[in-house]
Design a protein around this ligand. Structure first.
Ligand code: CTP
Length: 400
């Protein structure tokens, strides 16, 4: 992506320290970052560190004659390609939702004619508060893009939603919002997460997939400018900002959602789909009735990947996954042929590898040309590498 100008408003939260990393990463990718520090923000990070990292003057004061002489707040709000608020505190979100303009940050958020992306950060109770949720809804309705927050342990020691999204996730959301990557104009379908197959209304059969790899892939594709339809089973991680998200439970629902997504340029089938469902799931909770143990009979689920590969609307590029616990390459190579996909991302998911549910992945990419072993790396890095390969292939280069 060619370098863009991002106006970064840093609010007053402990996550402001992560905004320093965000500035660094945006600059590494060739973007210019013009920082605006709120009064509360300057309690957490100093103007000097922000300015040093951005290589720019830091704007802080609405009524500064110096700042206004250099670049007035109206101009400042419009000279950027995108306005980003990170961290966005509960207070800043409330101001935005209600149209307050009583300091530099809130004034230029009112004055801008550019898209605004907000990365909330606050204590879980503040995030869950009805007022914040109301403001969030208003911001969404106003067309403001929201990235995060993530779930995790916070600086205050509590656990839950409220932690600001990681800098690379924000970078992904920023680049998706700028929508100017090599995948601009391409529509890509990604399946992700496990499926849950009901036994009765309260019990189900599942698997250990967290959805982390599929989510990272969707995010990386969005960062390269693709339109992404993200069909996800019940995952542990939040779906990517900016994707068209379709949440499903069962394999049958996933197939229906995939078919409803319409023609796409590529499909990445990262979901860990249950191979079997309970043949006649009970409508009522199965009770211990003293007549012995229940016996479950299984029926085979549709193979979504194989169905798509055999369909009339087969995408130009189909990428499957092969989660194996032994003879990884041999099984995955056979699976590529059997299912009819172009590429298979194969990995060893034996418990000892820590891959299922973990942060890293160790994959081999299998194409018509053979097997390519990638070094073990973070799931985000695998996703970025795969997204770039997709961009290359869809751009007309050989390799499909
Ligand atoms: N897949 C699918 N629908 C299914 C089963 C699997 O779309 N019902 C897709 C997965 O998303 C993945 C690929 O097929 O991209 C391979 O999944 P995997 O579970 O490794 O293969 P299986 O078909 O289950 O084969 P096996 O049981 O022999 O390992």
């Amino acid at each position: 992506m060619s370098g863009k100008t991002i106006l970064l408003v840093i609010g007053g939260g402990i996550a402001a320290f992560k905004s320093l990393d965000l500035i660094r990463r945006l600059r590494e990718r060739g973007h210019r970052v013009v920082p605006v520090l709120t009064k509360a923000g300057s309690e957490f990070v100093t103007p000097l560190s922000v300015s040093a990292l951005a290589g720019e003057k830091v704007f802080e004061d609405l009524f500064s004659l110096d700042d206004e002489a250099e670049m007035g707040h109206i101009e400042l709000s419009r000279a950027a390609d995108l306005v980003v608020v990170a961290p966005a505190t509960a207070d800043l979100m409330a101001k935005m939702a209600h149209g307050h303009a009583n300091d530099l940050a809130s004034t230029l958020l009112m004055a801008t004619d550019k898209r605004v992306l907000v990365a909330p950060s606050m204590n879980v109770r503040m995030w869950e508060h009805a007022a914040t949720q109301r403001n969030l809804k208003t911001l969404r309705e106003d067309g403001i893009l929201i990235c995060g927050p993530d779930e995790g342990t916070m600086a205050c020691g509590e656990f839950g939603y409220g932690r600001m999204a990681e800098p690379m996730e924000i970078v992904g959301a920023i680049e998706a919002a700028l929508n100017d990557g090599p995948l601009k104009g391409k529509h890509i379908l990604v399946t992700s997460g496990p499926t849950h197959e009901p036994i009765d209304p309260v019990r189900y059969i599942a698997n250990r997939s967290s959805g982390a790899q599929g989510t990272a892939i969707a995010r990386a594709l969005l960062a390269l400018g693709a339109r992404v339809t993200f069909v996800t089973g019940p995952a542990d991680v939040a779906p990517p900002t900016g994707a068209d998200v379709v949440a499903v439970h069962t394999a049958a629902e996933m197939l229906a959602a995939v078919e409803a997504a319409g023609p796409v340029d590529a499909g990445v089938f990262a979901a860990a789909v249950a191979d079997w469902r309970v043949a006649s799931a009970s409508d009522q909770k199965i009770k211990k009735d003293g007549k012995g143990l229940p016996v479950l009979e299984f029926a085979e689920n549709p193979d979504i990947l194989a169905t798509v590969c055999a369909s009339d609307t087969r995408p130009a590029l189909v990428v499957g996954f092969a989660a194996e616990t032994q003879d990884v390459i041999a099984h995955a190579t056979a699976k590529r042929k059997r299912k009819g996909c172009d590429w298979i991302v194969a990995n060893d998911v034996s418990p000892a590898t820590g891959i299922m549910g973990g942060a890293e992945n160790d994959v081999t990419l299998i194409t018509a040309d053979g097997a390519e072993d990638w070094p073990r790396m973070g799931k985000d890095a695998v996703a970025e590498k795969l997204a770039l390969r997709l961009a290359e292939a869809l751009g007309g280069a050989s390799g499909i």
